[in-house]
Design a protein around this ligand. Structure first.
Ligand code: AMP
Length: 430
């Protein structure tokens, strides 16, 4: 199905052709016709499926079809995203799609000056992409008005909930007096998400492009069982031996990220850092270097790297397994995008075997183990045998992420669960 068959204007089709878009992706095929008719949308779509165009193109076309004079501080369409990087990326995509039409878009997020954002808001915007926290700050200063809002999008809504943005979202919603067309995109669904979507959406068209909690079919998953203290060596060895050119490495803690980048550099591997403690400009620079191939490795924490679109990224490494299985799906969503091949490599220490089981259950796939000579973990078999006999572990749940990228409440809950899990594992080892 081509974009011109969706009656997008020739200027938009031309811009899309320049982006290399010829045919609609499945999520676009499902969402665009309904969104063009003004329906609310509830979409289960993982990253890399083309969801940004799925929600933004119908908005762009509707704004072009119905141009209005821009009023100071006024916004016609609001797109909420959980992270700075994702917000910047969505705005960049929209700029690309609107190259040949007269429409303005801006992204506002924390970590950059309020004053420069205020200037953008003052002129009035057709489309505003924002993280909830920074948007609220501007709303409190009357720098932005949602009084005439026509379109509202929640992108990666599950992550916004995970990051504790629920009260910010409710505060933003309380300022919206119109009934905007609303679209909610999420990679995973929970009871809290269902509750939120019931509150936000009116008779939404439900769409789903892949089974819940699935990873892209073009991704090959492998696991390297390895002791924690050998992971660093294993990473350098794999990068060197297999000649990996572009690797996104996920770790759970910013300290691990700092340490790992130093060590990789000592091994002569150019690596950059992306975590929540880094200034926005430094994160942007790191991402650019990584995208341009100036750095071979980017070491990132979960939240910082959320939603990043790196064209044709071939390798994602879970240096640490995520604490929650669902996050595996999010991380791996960085590779195998738009039908390209991807490799998801996980380093699994004894303590992480339980998470691995959960991941396999979630993605309904057994992941191939590769035992690399010289890196065999000590006593793994004994642990595995015990683990499979302990039913208590099979339904282990909990959510933990990089503590520095999370709210205090989330961090406390994470630590509580980590302590609990640790004591379970310690018991298991006895
Ligand atoms: P997204 O899920 O929106 O982050 O998109 C993932 C990647 O697919 C991005 O690099 C998009 O530019 C690309 N993409 C989106 N729609 C299409 C399309 N119809 N044809 C080709 N590439 C696309």
């Amino acid at each position: 199905m081509s974009f011109s068959s969706q009656s997008f204007s020739p200027e938009i089709v031309r811009a899309l052709t320049e982006c290399g878009y010829e045919k609609l992706t499945p999520i676009q095929q499902q969402a665009i016709p309904h969104a063009r008719r003004g329906q609310d949308i509830l979409a289960n779509a993982q990253t890399g499926t083309g969801k940004t165009a799925a929600f933004s193109l119908p908005i762009i076309q509707q704004i072009c079809d119905n141009p209005k004079q821009r009023n100071r501080f006024n916004v016609r369409a609001l797109i909420l995203a959980p992270t700075r990087e994702l917000a910047a990326q969505i705005a960049k995509n929209i700029e690309d799609y609107t190259k040949y039409v007269s429409l303005n878009v801006a992204a506002i997020y924390g970590g950059t000056k309020m004053s420069s954002q205020e200037k953008k808001l003052e002129q009035g915007l057709d489309i505003l992409v924002a993280t909830p926290g920074r948007l609220l700050e501007h709303m409190e200063l009357n720098n932005v008005s949602l009084a005439n809002l026509e379109f509202l999008v929640f992108d990666e809504a599950d992550r916004m909930l995970d990051m504790g943005f629920i009260s910010d979202i409710r505060m933003i919603m309380s300022d919206i007096r119109t009934q905007p067309q609303t679209m909610l995109f999420s990679a995973t669904f929970s009871s809290q998400m269902n509750k939120l979507s019931n509150e936000l959406l009116r008779k939404p068209k439900r769409i789903s492009v892949s089974p819940e909690n699935a990873t892209a079919e073009t991704v090959a998953h492998v696991v390297y069982p390895v002791d924690e203290d050998r992971k660093r060596e294993l990473l350098s060895e794999l990068i060197g031996k297999k000649n990996w050119k572009q690797v996104l490495v996920f770790v759970n803690y910013k300290e691990t990220a700092n340490e790992l980048v130093k060590e990789l550099k000592l091994d002569g591997i150019k690596a950059v850092l992306c975590h929540g403690d880094k200034a926005q400009s430094a994160r942007r620079r790191a991402l650019d270097e990584f995208k341009e191939g100036k750095a071979r490795v980017m070491v990132a924490t979960e939240v910082a790297a959320r939603g990043l679109d790196i064209q044709g990224l071939p390798h994602v490494v879970n240096y640490d397994m995520p604490f929650l299985a669902e996050d595996y799906v999010h991380r791996i969503g960085r590779t195998g995008r738009a039908g390209q091949e991807g490799h998801a490599v996980s380093f699994v220490s004894r303590e992480e075997e339980l998470t691995l089981l959960q991941v396999e259950k979630l993605i309904k796939q057994r992941i191939r183990r590769i035992q690399l000579a010289g890196y065999e973990p000590a006593n793994r078999d004994a642990l595995l045998q015990k683990m499979h006999t302990k039913s208590a572990f099979k339904d282990r749940s909990g959510r933990t992420n990089n503590p520095t990228d999370q709210s205090d409440a989330e961090r406390r809950a994470r630590l509580r669960r980590a302590v609990l899990n640790k004591s379970k594992i310690t018991k298991l080892k006895k």
